[in-house]
Design a protein around this ligand. Structure first.
Ligand code: DLL
Length: 433
């Protein structure tokens, strides 16, 4: 039997969902107009006042918000509540050192955790389950979000955070964890490690996994399901909107239900910004209609996907999004960390190298790898291995502080990297996802 965390919301009629969205959108637009000069100015530039927004049919009139807007407004520019009413920040890695900081009131946290609780319940979670949260805890939203959702469902929560694979496996075995929350690549790695230890799927107590924060294929789903002997479910979200739980998969495993009582979804043409008809593939745009501290109006996610309003066998009525099929910008997600090629370029240029740097991303043993090949300039060229090693180490350290990620750096002779004649192809992504 299908279980819901908030059945009256999750199975509400389309009329009811639309009524909530109309009412909440009007209130949200008024809230940002009254409290965020940044939004008021953006609306005024378009000749709009809150009176022009009477419901979701007027949404398209409002200007978009982009990651660049968030960076410009760093840290407090988009805050819509006094700091004294905020209780938490979470943050995402950003370009050139500036991070996006999202603020939460207690109510924002509460509603976010409800979304995560819906996801856990959708995979069969109840208060009798043991939920191991192996997403990172800290500024990243994965750990805190699913931790909160797990508490709400009443699961025994194991906050292992990411890493320390041996300890992860020990807790899964000793505490009989039934639900695992982590990135799909880490789930695959855990599966492989357990297999190497001689554990068969029936010796692993897990029954379900909630895996997201990065793209993963259907093949990878099958692989994880087989090695761990579980059902593997997708979950999507972004820091700017709250974190995991913006949408989640149900028993049908064919797309993720967007929590439409909190987020209005649109699909736009990434080139023109025009709203596309139902079923079209395009860039996902969200408006958060219940967020108090950090509401976003028409936020461009850069994720490319489709929406489906087809009835779902699980009984949930909220629209489903497909797995993201790519991005409309050049952001890479490597081991769960958001990386822009421009960040790598900044480090290279700061160290006196040229901007000719193939970035090779691969997935080896289910872990993402990042290799950067860098040309020495004729002035710095040497064949002294100790010198080269020292230069490579400096770059690795600088990249680590910029990206929060360890890259492999290979220095090569001047002019040995083939120059492109057109648009430079910086990134070679060999991952099959
Ligand atoms: O990744 C939030 C999250 C944590 C989601 C745990 C799911 C589980 P950010 O670090 O801000 O937030 O990265 C957001 O990650 O715009 C997508 O490009 C990508 N992403 C998130 N979930 C998925 C997914 C968290 N299920 C960015 N499939 C988003 C593909 C995903 N990409």
């Amino acid at each position: 039997m299908e279980r819901y965390y908030q059945p009256e919301i999750e199975t509400a009629s389309r009329e009811q969902i639309t009524a909530w969205q109309n009412e909440r959108l009007v209130a949200q637009v008024k809230h940002v107009w009254d409290n965020v000069p940044y939004y008021r100015k953006k609306m005024q530039d378009k000749g709009l006042t809150p009176d022009d927004i009477k419901g979701i049919e007027d949404l398209h009139k409002l200007p978009f918000v982009t990651k660049a807007d968030l960076r410009d407004a760093y840290p407090y520019g988009l805050l819509a509540k006094p700091l004294s009413e905020c209780v938490r920040i979470q943050s995402t890695s950003g370009t050139t050192g500036k991070r996006v900081v999202a603020f939460y009131t207690q109510k924002d946290i509460d509603l976010w955790e409800d979304c995560c609780a819906r996801a856990i319940t959708a995979v069969g979670g109840t208060k009798d389950d043991v939920c191991q949260v192996s997403y990172g805890y800290g500024l990243f939203t994965g750990g805190p979000g699913l931790n909160g959702g797990s508490h709400k469902v009443g699961c025994l929560t194991i906050p292992t955070s990411s890493g320390n694979t041996e300890r992860q496996i020990m807790f899964i075995q000793d505490l009989q964890a039934t639900i695992l929350c982590c990135t799909p690549s880490y789930a695959a790695y855990l599966g492989e490690s357990m297999k190497e230890m001689g554990l068969t799927p029936d010796q692993i107590p897990l029954k379900a996994g909630i895996f997201g924060a990065e793209a993963w294929s259907e093949e990878m789903r099958q692989d994880i399901q087989n090695t761990l002997g579980i059902k593997a479910y997708d979950i999507y979200g972004l820091t700017e909107l709250s974190g995991p739980g913006v949408s989640f998969e149900c028993s049908a495993q064919t797309g993720m239900h967007i929590n439409e009582d909190h987020f209005i979804a649109e699909i736009i043409d990434p080139e023109t910004g025009e709203v596309l008809p139902e079923g079209s593939k395009g860039e996902l745009v969200f408006t958060s209609i219940t967020k108090e501290a950090f509401p976003l109006i028409r936020y461009r996610t850069r994720d490319i996907c489709t929406l489906s309003y087809e009835p779902c066998p699980c009984g949930r009525t909220h629209v489903k999004m497909s797995k993201p099929m790519g991005r409309s910008d050049d952001m890479l997600i490597i081991r769960g960390v958001n990386v822009f090629p421009s960040q790598i370029e900044t480090v290279l240029l700061n160290n006196g190298y040229a901007a000719n740097y193939p970035i090779i991303v691969d997935r080896v043993k289910n872990t993402d790898t990042l290799d950067v090949r860098v040309e020495m300039t004729p002035e710095m060229f040497t064949d002294n291995m100790a010198e080269i090693d020292k230069m490579q180490k400096t770059l690795i350290n600088d990249l680590r502080s910029m990206l929060g990620l360890t890259a492999k750096v290979t220095l090569v002779a001047p002019k040995s990297i083939v120059r492109s004649e057109g648009k430079a192809v910086r990134v070679i992504d060999k991952r099959k996802i």
